[in-house]
Write a protein that binds this ligand. Structure first.
Ligand code: NAD
Ligand code: DAU
Length: 339
């Protein structure tokens, strides 16, 4: 069994590689990643020397290179994590999101058609469903909720999902799609809410909460997401979409306050800043389908997962301090200065 994991030097992809290599020591895992600002080779250092692991620096949009890799590796399964993943960046610069998230997905599926595979799995997001109102806690996203996107990021992911389903119907490509809620855990790039707040709080810097901080996200520990994808690959039905989420809705302001408390930092560090354009109010996943059909349930409670995550950032300062000392400084200045 050979699995190509694209975007494996990023947050969820790397956690997925660790999960798969531990659980299936006889599988060959090939990580394809172009190492954008969000990709970090040091994340993969614990698996780099393993015989059944190969890292290839490659852009999923590079058709010729991707075809060559398929010819060499003859993969059985592709799991596509590679993407531009940050909503704020998509508002500043949508173009690269369309390139990577849509065109890159098409290139990978064309390679699958040309060389033949058992499964192409697209890692998608709950953001393709748009958002829900705060005053209707009874409403949740199901797999039948219409696609209704808000940002260039979510629109590019939705376009890719439609393309994946079209390749299934038109060409019979054996595909599956998962749409997960917000992940947190080790190796998340510090531009995202939880690691950004941990890093800033540790440095006694302001904690920039967009608007009033009342927006709700449905948080899932990254390992639970990885286990769900593993199940979909092995037991999921071809042509199907599976929502992944653990019924863990929280307001941003409560997350930031919790991080302050855990690190013994004052909440006076919180600064309410100009809201994100088009900011989605609430996400909430209904995971009934994956639970009933595949028996998936989240294993890590938020209270435990957030402790593990904060501890990981305390124990692995070198990993994120290296990141935030480089180009990230310019990004942070552009995004947050005078906001
Ligand atoms: P990330 O930004 O941490 O990692 C993305 C990885 O993709 C990086 O290693 C980057 O180098 C690589 N990459 C980007 N463009 C590439 C290209 N053109 N060719 C090859 N590699 C490229 O992202 P993440 O948070 O780990 O998200 C992974 C996937 O999961 C994305 O598809 C995202 O849409 C989806 N997702 C994320 C979340 C979340 O909460 N983070 C939730 C649901 C779904
Ligand atoms: O729901 C799944 C999605 O979750 C994934 O598809 C995306 O790839 C991932 O980035 C994430 O998107 P969000 O926009 O929800 O995540 P982010 O961490 O950027 O923001 C979470 C919430 O916190 C959101 O309401 C915006 C707010 N926020 C974020 C940052 C970075 C702040 O208030 N301040 C900040 O500095």
């Amino acid at each position: 069994m050979t699995i190509i994991v694209t975007g494996g030097a990023g947050f969820i992809g790397s956690n997925f590689i660790f999960h798969m290599m531990k659980k299936y020591p006889d599988y060959r895992i090939v990580c394809l990643d172009s190492l954008t600002y969000a990709g970090n080779l040091s994340t993969l250092k614990s698996v780099m020397d393993k015989e059944n692991f190969r890292f290839v620096k490659m852009d999923i949009c590079d058709r010729e290179a991707v075809y060559k890799l398929f010819e060499e590796e003859k993969p059985n399964i592709i799991v596509n994590f590679a993407a531009e993943s940050h909503v704020d960046r998509s508002i500043e610069n949508p173009g690269i999101f369309l390139e990577t998230n849509i065109m890159g997905t098409a290139v990978l599926m064309d390679a699958c058609r040309k060389y033949g595979i058992d499964r192409f799995h697209q890692v998608s997001t709950d953001e393709v469903y748009g958002d829900l109102p705060l005053d209707r806690p009874d409403l949740l996203f199901t797999e039948n909720t219409p696609i209704h996107t808000s940002s260039p990021y979510s629109s590019s992911k939705a376009a890719a999902d439609l393309l994946v389903l079209a390749y299934h119907r038109t060409f019979g490509l054996p595909v599956s799609i998962s749409r997960c809620s917000n992940n947190y855990g080790p190796y998340q790039f510090p531009e995202k809410l939880i690691p950004l707040m941990i890093a800033n709080a540790l440095a006694d810097k302001e904690l920039p909460v967009y608007g009033e901080g009342l927006n709700v996200r449905d948080w899932l520990y990254v390992e639970d997401h990885c286990k769900a994808i593993d199940l979909i690959l092995h037991k999921g039905k071809v042509g199907e979409v599976y929502n992944i989420g653990g019924h863990n809705e929280m307001r941003n302001i409560d997350i930031v306050t919790l991080i302050c408390d855990a690190l013994n930092k004052p909440t006076s560090l919180i600064k309410h800043v100009t809201d994100r354009k088009g900011h989605d109010m609430r996400y909430a996943i209904d995971p009934t389908k994956i639970h009933n059909e595949l028996g998936w349930l989240p294993e890590t409670k938020f209270a435990d997962g957030i402790k593990l995550t904060i501890q990981w950032y305390l124990d692995n300062k070198e990993w994120w301090e290296t990141i935030i000392s480089g180009e990230y400084q310019n990004y942070y200045k552009e995004m947050y200065e005078n906001r």
